[in-house]
Design a protein around this ligand. Structure first.
Ligand SMILES: Cc1ncc(C[n+]2csc(CCO)c2C)c(N)n1
Length: 214
């Protein structure tokens, strides 16, 4: 069994609770209320800055050029103006500028920001990979419901298709392979550090979904 599959298995309870969360069922049915969707998206929007910084550290610490290229291309894609989902959703939900840019942060959001900052500060490629892999793979896992009909509202439908399209699937497959490769090459202390980052990320993903219903 590869490192990524082993890590997922060790965190199966929290992983499955996130992937099968009430929010996920409701977004596929198109029944997430505007109030909940607004809380979710305003908090999630605060995630992207630290995420891109962490990608930058993965580019810097990767052990080979081809991995840097993969991350650089992904970073370019997610930071291009092409993806206007958040702004269109904020417009549709009537979210004012102040709440888009400076919402009151919830505990899981500040937890994620700290986790991504710490992973980057570690300058340890396997730890950067561990956090990035959870953020991507767990999202592909919940969004991947073959045969499910798309909900009517674009706010629900596009949040699903952003995370289950073939390009995203290909990147997650590569990311898992990269974590498997790097995990196998690490010594045991290095693997243990990456394992702890992976676990914290899975716990926070579950808490992030829970918190929008509090
Ligand atoms: C709490 C939370 N965890 C993971 C993701 C997924 N995610 C974060 S950044 C990124 C790349 C650009 O889409 C992806 C897929 C999320 N949105 N929110």
């Amino acid at each position: 069994m590869g490192f990524s599959e082993r890590l997922r298995g060790e965190n199966a309870d929290d992983w499955n609770a996130a992937v099968g969360h009430r929010f996920v069922d409701e977004i596929f049915r198109g029944t997430v209320t505007p109030d909940v969707m607004r809380r979710y998206l305003t908090q999630d929007y605060q995630f992207i800055d630290g995420f891109v910084a962490l990608l930058g550290m993965a580019i810097a610490t990767a052990d080979r050029f081809e991995s840097r290229i993969r991350f650089a291309q992904f970073a370019a894609m997610i930071t291009s103006d092409e993806n206007t989902y958040f702004q269109r959703s904020f417009d549709a939900l009537g979210v004012p500028a102040a709440e888009r840019e400076h919402p009151v942060l919830t505990a899981p959001t500040t937890g994620f920001q700290a986790l991504m900052r710490e992973a980057a500060a570690s300058r340890h490629y396997a730890s950067c990979l561990a956090v990035l892999t959870v953020a991507e793979w767990l999202y592909l896992s919940w969004a991947d419901r073959p045969g499910a009909l798309p909900p009517a509202d674009f706010i629900h439908a596009e949040w699903i298709t952003l995370h289950n399209n073939d390009g995203f699937r290909g990147f997650v497959t590569w990311l898992r392979g990269e974590l498997d490769r790097v995990g196998a090459a690490e010594d045991e202390p290095g693997r243990a550090v990456a394992t702890a980052f992976f676990r914290r990320a899975v716990v926070l993903e579950r808490a992030f979904f829970d918190h929008i219903y509090d």
